[in-house]
Ligand binder design. Sequence first.
Ligand code: NAD
Length: 499
Amino acid sequence: MGEVRVRASVVGLGYVGLVSAACLAEWGHEVVGIDADEGRLAALDEGQLPFFEPGLAELVAGVRSARRLRFAGPSPAAIGSAQVVFVAVGTHDGNGGWQTGSIRRSLAEIVPHMADDSTLVIRSTLPPDFIQSLPWLVSALRRKAGRREIPVLTNPEFTREGSAIRDYMEPDRIVMGIGFDPHGRGESMLRKIYRRASAPILVMHAADAALTKIGANLFLATKISFANELAQLCETYGADVDRVVAGMAYDPRIGPSFLRAGVGFGGSCLPHQVSMTVREASAVGLSVPLLAAVEEVNTRQRETFVERLWRASGARSGARIALLGLTFKPDTDDLREAPSLDIARALIERDAVVVAYDPMPRARVTAAATVAGLAVVDSATMALVDADAAGLVTEWREFALLDWEALGRLMRRRVVVDGRNALSPEAMRAAGFAYSAFGREGTLIAVDVGQPAGPAPLAELAEDGPVLRPALAFDAEAADTLRDVSVAASMFDREASSA
Ligand SMILES: NC(=O)c1ccc[n+]([C@@H]2O[C@H](COP(=O)([O-])OP(=O)(O)OC[C@H]3O[C@@H](n4cnc5c(N)ncnc54)[C@H](O)[C@@H]3O)[C@@H](O)[C@H]2O)c1
């Protein structure tokens, strides 16, 4: 394949823009990474990345030393020499909604200076109505500057934090949304850019592309909430959600991915797009009960986890609770919409002493600055010392590899609530732990079905070591409900007799 180098600028050097810039440079293009944040630019110039993404530091260092990537502010010079300008500025308002202020400002800054034969490509995720107005907005800016029209395309981002480089270099599909491209110049420029990627290229209207991106995220969120609903059924009927999902997954229409029960989804994309869609639908009179339920289930998962962990700790003021993991998922230091933050706040509100550890130092610092009263420590061991209970919030691999047997001796009680179904129930029990998770058979710690509602049956049971009796209910309140469910009662009898 012959060399086809393109001069590209990428505006907005966050999770999306910096990965795009580095990967484009790795493909041989000449890239200028542009950001309005001078502090970020200065740090990048010194080789410090604003966030962690596996392999990105090395990639950036490599393409910078090969002189295919440099950083600059949004100056006319940095924009005017580009054949294609990608825009990847943030579009969240920090409160579950959209903000289009950053992209409007960015477009006002860059569009007048773009070369007449260049192409504008929007990589940020934006509301579909804004996407529809984009060509007019750009056209007005060009006219005002006395410049010719330029093609306006969108190119939604499907990479996942934690595997963004591989996802970018080996995408499963490339979506090109056409906003304004009467002669196909923009499309052929994007095809040139992605020449090295062997993935299907889908060319569609910009509104289709916007909904392809949002629809994908809504579906993924739905799968997670579905798995959590299923986990609840599994808990009620004494089944194991992991085995149930494994059994379901053989049907190619279903598949195994994203059907994981736990504390629910977080991050900058899924929660935002679900809540934004629910909100905007209501504003325009649409009914979206499925998505409203997806959001509700996700919120409930966090609350359920808090309740389980609180009871597990003894449910008393001053109970010491270790939180393992702060980031919204492993292999990132991103705390945006991370379940850990809500969980820590809720436990602190109940007067627990919450001590958290995450392998990402930046996440620890940010979490401590974000959640009043949260203590962060530098190792899982430090978090677990004297803990009345531990809650696993992020499935970092190191937590599964801990010597739980030894660590259990440092805790006040050997009790773990696994919010990601990431630990082996058998191994945890063998290490002397009372273990609870989501929808896993026998992992909900038993209480007597007749026991009155009260504090921390789990903790009491755990004082003397693990209780291996299969269980139907984690707490007395749930037990009350179950008492009325004959199928549950009969399963309890059956399981108890086989224990
Ligand atoms: N993070 C993800 O995994 C992900 C995935 C898919 C899509 N997206 C979408 O991509 C977009 C960017 O997300 P992100 O997570 O990279 O955001 P981010 O907040 O990490 O980064 C945004 C960057 O844009 C810069 N910026 C803001 N205004 C600017 C301006 N006027 N000129 C130049 N730079 C400016 C900021 O300084 C910052 O560096 C959003 O629309 C988001 O919804 C993100």
